[in-house]
Design a protein around this ligand. Structure first.
Ligand SMILES: [Zn+2]
Length: 310
């Protein structure tokens, strides 16, 4: 049986993962599934739009995947899986997922059931897409620690980092999204203290995936938008794939073909060329007090990632 190769974009939210996902997802060797950890809520409960512009439950691709994995969408008890997810897959449980002797017998039983569901899901995506690499932008370290336990899979990590002040600014902005048929909705917001603390915790926990993964690469968003072809080539070299041409990248723009990604930034719905450029609006518009709070709460990692030396 062929090992299912997963390439996961990991790290804090609002770090530019949708843009990276969108570009990598254009390659013929790669199938992008978006933030698949949200499929139970965003897909089954809310029936939000797949990035192919079809409501999730009517998307042909996802129907084929769930037919293969579970004998059909009607056999999936999303409420039960959400309950299971809450009891095993949260940031606070990351040590228990990573280190077996920290698990209680009850936790082990529930984690095994959860991992078995992920095994079926990702093996089905591999079979239906008939593509070499599954690109997943779930980002959550606890989810990815659980996913690396899935049968017949190999989890490779891109740790995507963006300046915490830029992330704080992004969390403050009210962005309209259109992901359901019935109503327009907004992306969630957070204040600077919340987003900065979350940024630190997420990045530390993401680093913990390094020793468990066959390949781990730290990518700074700011470097990626400056030299996308170099960064993409490095990512592929790390995966031992040397035939990617990234022909969608011409003069730092890309052309979009149909993918079936779950959730993500609204840019996933956009078609046609997209200009890749550094979004540095936060430098002008984030208030000085907010910059101070974010810098103070994320100082050690800002130094480690080289943001304070620039
Ligand atoms: Zn779709």
């Amino acid at each position: 049986m062929t090992t299912v190769k997963i390439l996961a974009i990991a790290g804090a939210g609002r770090s530019g993962s949708t843009l990276l996902d969108k570009i990598l997802g254009q390659e013929e060797n790669i199938v992008s599934v978006g933030e698949l950890d949200h499929v139970w809520d965003a897909g089954f409960r809310k029936n939000l739009l797949c990035s192919c512009h079809t409501p999730f439950k009517h998307c042909r691709f996802w129907n084929d995947v769930f037919d293969e994995a579970f004998g059909g969408m009607h056999n999936v008890n999303a409420d039960e899986i959400m309950r299971l997810k809450l009891s095993v897959d949260r940031a606070i449980f990351t040590p228990s997922i990573a280190i077996p002797w920290l698990r209680t017998p009850k936790y082990s039983r529930e984690l095994n059931i959860y991992v078995d569901i992920l095994s079926k899901l990702y093996n089905a995506v591999h079979k239906i897409s008939n593509t070499r690499i599954i690109l997943d932008s779930s980002k959550s370290p606890s989810y990815l620690h659980a996913l690396r336990l899935a049968k017949n899979t190999e989890l490779n990590i891109i740790h995507l980092v963006r300046d915490s002040r830029a992330v704080a600014y992004s969390w403050q902005r009210k962005k309209l999204i259109t992901q359901s048929q019935e109503k327009e909705d907004y992306m969630p917001t957070q204040n600077t203290a919340q987003s900065s603390l979350q940024w630190s915790v997420r990045n530390v926990l993401t680093y913990s995936l390094k020793s468990f993964s066959p390949s781990y690469q730290l990518v700074r968003y700011e470097d990626f938008v400056k030299e996308p072809k170099t960064i993409l080539a490095n990512i592929m070299t790390n995966l031992n794939i040397d035939n990617c041409k990234f022909s969608c990248l011409t003069d730092q723009s890309l052309n979009r073909t149909e993918v079936h990604a779950i959730l993500g930034n609204p840019i996933r719905f956009e078609k046609g060329p997209i200009c890749i450029r550094a979004d540095m609006e936060w430098k002008e518009k984030l208030e000085t007090r907010e910059k101070f709070v974010s810098t103070a709460l994320t100082l050690p990692l800002l130094f480690a990632y080289g943001y304070l030396q620039e």
